[in-house]
Structure formats: C-alpha cells, structure tokens
Design a binder for this molecule. Structure first.
Ligand SMILES: [Zn+2]
Length: 412
C-alpha cells in the first residue's frame, strides 16, 4: 500500500514536548513516528514539511450542531424553522467544525435527534463529518430556561430542543426515550446560570431527578453531561458519575479534589460569557454572568495545574457567536487567562479523544493510532491564533483520508 511520508515535521501532541519527527501514514493509520530518515518505496508520497507543525485533530467537546443564531428570536430552540431546515444547518456546522481542524465532536444538546441522524449518515457515507458522540435534547424540568423561552399560552406541543419533565419517574422515561432516539450522551440542565439569564444558584432539576437520570442513562449504556453553574450542583454531579461537567461555575478546591477522584471531564466554555459581556455590557443578562465568569477565570489555572481533564468546546451557534470562531476560545485561555498553550492543546486533542471514548485510537500521534492529523504552517505554541487561521491549515486528515490537502506545494 502506498504511504504518505511527512518528513521534517514539528510534532506537537499535548502529551509530550514538541519534537522533530518523520511520520508515516498507511491507510487509515499512523505506521511510524521516527527521528530516523524514512526510506521511500515506489508509490510513496513524500512531503518535506520544513518544520511545519503536525498535531492530532482537535475535538469540540461542547458542540451544538443545530444552533444557528440561537437566542435572536422568540421561537423555541429547534422550532424556528422546519426540522429539515434545522438538519441542513447542523450538517453545515458539522462541516465547518471539520474544516477548522476538529476531527471529533461531542454533542451538547439539540433538537429532533439530529445528532444521532448525522452520526448514522457519516457512518453510511452520505455525509462527511468528524467522529461523533451524539447528543440529546436538553433534559430538564417544566419552566427551565429553554422551556421558559416562550409563554405557556402559546401551548407549543412540539418538543424542539427541550424535553421538560418533572419527577424521577418522568425523567426515567425521558432518558430512556433519548437513548432510544440514539443519543450517546444526554444533556441534563441541572442549574441555571452561564447564559440562561439567571444565576447558577437556581436549580432546574431536583437531586432525586438528577440521580435517577444518571442511573437510568448508565443502565442504558449512555453517558450524561450536565449544565451546572454552582458548586453544590457540580459536586453532586461529579459524585453521581456525570461524564462531562459543563461550565462548572463556582468550581472550588473541593470540586478539584472530587473531580480528580471520579475522573469526570470539565468544559469551562468561557468564550460565550466573554462575548456576551462584550456585545451587551451592563444589562441584567450579562451582569448575571459576570461574577461566575470572573470566578472561573481566577480558578482555571489552578484547575489545570491540578491535572483536571479539561476540554474545549462552547456555545457556538448562539446569536453573536457563529460556528467557525472556535479558536477564539483557545486564545482566551492562552493569551488572556495565561494557561500554557501546550496544556490547552492537550485539552483539545488528548483529553477530547478520551472524552469521546477514543483515547486508545486518536488524540496523540503514535504508531498504530488512527491518522487524524492536522498540518499547520506555523507553531501554535508561539502563537495560538495560528490555529484559527484556515489559510495556515495545510492539511486535515481524518483516518488518513484528506479532508483538506494543500501539501502538494511541499511535495519533494
Ligand atoms: Zn451549550
């Protein structure tokens, strides 16, 4: 089988210090990673990278494929246009993520079981897209932030993006239905806060409902993720075994200890509140976000230094935060909060792959792993913003297949 030989790469995976290496790709796999010269065989394609960066594909771990200027209108999420139209938006956003170097996404909530449909379409070859863990509708209670976006007198019966239920028995049914619909990770709206127009002190689900939700999901072999924006709710979700803590505003030292003990992942997703505060400063909506944002900015270096499995991903598709600006989140962590770039790249690659359940297959650059690789004309450790410049992204490989290939100029 003909091979792709990437010579003279600056190999960057979040697991190791960057190093010079030559990388051999055969079929969908990385065959070898070596400092020694690689002898080309007839038919091999050899590219002299001249020090360009090769890194693993990234994972958007909080991804709303169907969001499209969400929050800009009065109609409920997922019901502003037809389900067919929403699905086309989702396919477009999924492609945007892939074209920006995200070879994996983890669903964080959406309408009409669109995530499972897209995952099935990718598997059958009718859609080109990243590796995916399919999300669910938002599961929460009557009157929760998504449910409250339209008044009761409208008597909207369609579900859209929200499944509002009350009591443990009802939530058990909701989780079973989402699992039946194909969700692999179920989004629980546990508290308000972090962009809901209220503070995170307001619980949306009762502890007995959360416990039932996680237990039922586990019984059905699916994972859970939780929108939480206060300390006590975060601790409860960690103890119950929630897979991904979303936002985690109010995170403190005890949360660090417990999340390390339980092994859950954390998506701080701080770009959304930052942008909302920039766009609309001083209004009640953004004033409610401010203390939580500032608290998390102060804690994040500590959380990272302690070894918590942080992830990247945010509320792209919300109004004022279009899909495609993903790298602004990484730049926020590195350039404004002071997290080392190598650490943020580890969140985006190795941690993301682990959260996807593919840590043995992707996320680092090692012989035998799937060739989910990015080739960059630049060094993200020197300037993280290079990751957001698609003209510098010379190649995107997904399982060895070229999603983008501008390496020909460098072939030798
Ligand atoms: Zn979200």
């Amino acid at each position: 089988m003909a091979r792709l030989i990437l010579n003279d790469a600056n190999l960057l995976d979040g697991d190791n210090p960057p190093r010079k290496a030559n990388i051999v790709v055969t079929g969908d796999r990385i065959e070898a990673v070596t400092a020694a010269p690689v002898a080309a065989r007839p038919g091999d394609r050899v590219v002299a990278l001249g020090g360009c960066t090769v890194m693993p594909g990234m994972v958007q771990a909080h991804f709303h494929a169907a969001y499209w200027k969400l929050g800009g209108g009065m109609r409920p999420m997922g019901l502003d246009v037809s389900p067919a139209h929403t699905t086309l938006r989702a396919a477009c956003n999924l492609r945007t993520a892939l074209d920006c170097g995200h070879t994996g996404v983890i669903g964080a909530g959406g309408p009409h079981a669109i995530d499972p449909a897209m995952k099935a379409a990718i598997a059958e070859g009718s859609l080109v897209g990243p590796r995916m863990m399919a999300g669910s509708r938002d599961v929460s209670s009557t009157g929760h932030s998504g449910d409250a976006s339209f008044p009761s007198y409208m008597q909207i019966g369609a579900l859209g993006g929200v499944r509002a239920v009350d009591g443990p028995e009802a939530i058990r049914h909701a989780i079973r239905q989402e699992a039946k619909d194909g969700a692999e990770i179920i989004k629980l709206f546990v508290t308000r806060g972090h962009g809901t127009g209220r503070t995170g002190g307001d619980w949306e689900l009762a502890p007995e409902e959360i416990e039932m939700a996680v237990r039922t999901a586990t019984e059905r072999g699916v994972k859970t993720r939780a929108h939480v924006s206060n300390r006590d709710a975060t601790l409860l979700c960690i103890e119950l075994g929630v897979h991904i803590i979303d936002h985690g505003d109010g995170f403190d030292e005890e949360c660090i200890d417990r999340i390390l003990a339980r092994g859950a992942f954390l998506t701080p997703s701080l770009l959304f509140p930052k942008r909302m505060m920039q766009i609309a400063p001083g209004i009640p909506y953004t004033e409610a976000m401010k203390p939580d944002f500032e608290g998390m900015v102060a804690m994040l270096p500590k959380i990272n230094a302690a070894g918590v499995k942080l992830l990247i991903g945010d509320d792209y598709g919300a109004a004022g935060m279009d899909h495609g600006i993903y790298n602004e989140e990484l730049a926020l962590y590195v350039d404004e909060i002071g997290i080392p770039a190598l650490d943020v790249i580890r969140w985006a690659t190795k941690h993301g792959a682990e959260a996807l359940g593919l840590g043995e297959q992707t996320g680092t650059i090692e012989a035998g792993k799937l060739a989910d690789l990015l080739v960059l004309d630049g060094d993200p450790l020197a300037d993280i913003t290079v990751l957001g410049d698609r003209s510098k992204l010379l190649a995107i490989l997904l399982g060895g297949a070229a999603i983008k290939d501008q390496l020909s100029l460098r072939s030798s």
